[in-house]
Structures are given as structure tokens and as C-alpha cells.
Design a protein around this ligand. Sequence first.
Ligand code: MG
Length: 233
Amino acid sequence: MPNYSEKPTIIFDMDGTLLDLAYDDFIWNELLPIRYAEQHQCSLEQSKQTLFSFYQQHNHTLKWYSSRFWTSQVGVDVLAMQIEQKAKVAKREGCIELLTYLKENGYPIWLATNADYAGLQFKLEETGLRDFFDVIVSSETLGHAKEFIEFWQILASKHPFDAKNCYFIDDTEKVLNGAKLFGIEQLYSIQQPSSAKAPRETCNYPMLSALTDLIPILEAQTTEQAEEQKKYA
Ligand SMILES: [Mg+2]
């Protein structure tokens, strides 16, 4: 008889999922170009051109997510710059409500982020979210970005979980593809990762508009499982 008593593990991405991506967009697309132009005595336009070509070159690699890499690449201390702006880090709407609901209902809550370890620490500090999570991992620590199946294989070897009884929520489609390849079936994206940008029109995965939209989805699954359980009883 299948075991329906176990609550599914709920794994969240951080930036653009639980936290507003407007902060990261501001840091990388607005503030860094200004600081880079100052540092290298070039125009803002030249600075943006150089940086955006770096971004394209390294997008979706582990380097892309590393403050240390960017500091050495661009000559601006990007970790210090992010910490200096930490008051702008904001939770997305419904974040606390959803995490509180999951906690009160006994769901294991995990955080799996591509943010590097140092970035993860100051954001957890700033938002006060740390205590909600049973497991917190940064791809920097595991050695592979979440876009790749290796991340999931190593995560599961360090923290075993049932991919078939798991929900993963992430605003980046390539990351969801990596999780799918590993065997996670319940995959959700985010309709508006940044409050400063328009909501997305389409995505290959179902999108949560408000984070709390996950609650009725989980409740429907619980009801379905209770009915299955009755059949076996
Ligand atoms: Mg994200």
C-alpha cells in the first residue's frame, strides 16, 4: 500500500521566488554599471555594454552567481555593494503567509539557491527567513548550479528526499528543467519575479501569481490522497 502519510518536501528558490528580484535587477543592471564606470573612468553606456556582455558570457554558470568571481572580473567589490544596499532586499507578497502555513501544517521546507554562500547569509539575516527552513543549500557549496542535474544528485545524496513527493518552486525555467531531469514532477514557476517588471505572459511550467496560490494546490493533493487512502483501507 502506498504511503500517503508523508508530507511532500517543499523546495524554494530564493531570489525572484521568495524574494523580489527587483533588488537583484537594481544591483546588477543599475548600480554596478554606475560603480564600474566610476572605477574604470568610462561612460555609463560603455560600462553597461561591457557588463552586459560579461553577463551573457557567464549566465547560468556557477561563476555567474559568485560575488568573488564578479569582484575579480569587474574590479568592484560586489558583495560589499550588495550589503550596502541590503535595506532594499524585500520579500515577495505572501512569502511569510505561505511559509507560516507550511510550517504549521508540518511540511518540510527547504531553500535551494544559486546565490553564493555570502549572499545567502546576508539575505537570510536581512529578511529573518532562516528559521522557516529545515535545509538550506547554496549551489556554491554543492559545486554545481541548479540548472544541472548534478546539483540535484548531490543534494539528494547529502539530504535524501523523495523526488516524487516534492514540490519545487523557482522563477528560472532552466533551473526547473534541471529539476525535471532529476525527476521532480511538481514544478512551479513565478508569474512576476520582479515587482519592477511586468508579469510574464507564458512559461513552460504552471506559474504562481501569489505565493499563497500554492496552498489550495497542496490542499487539493491532500484531499486526493485521503480519498486514495480510503480505497486501500
Ligand atoms: Mg530565482
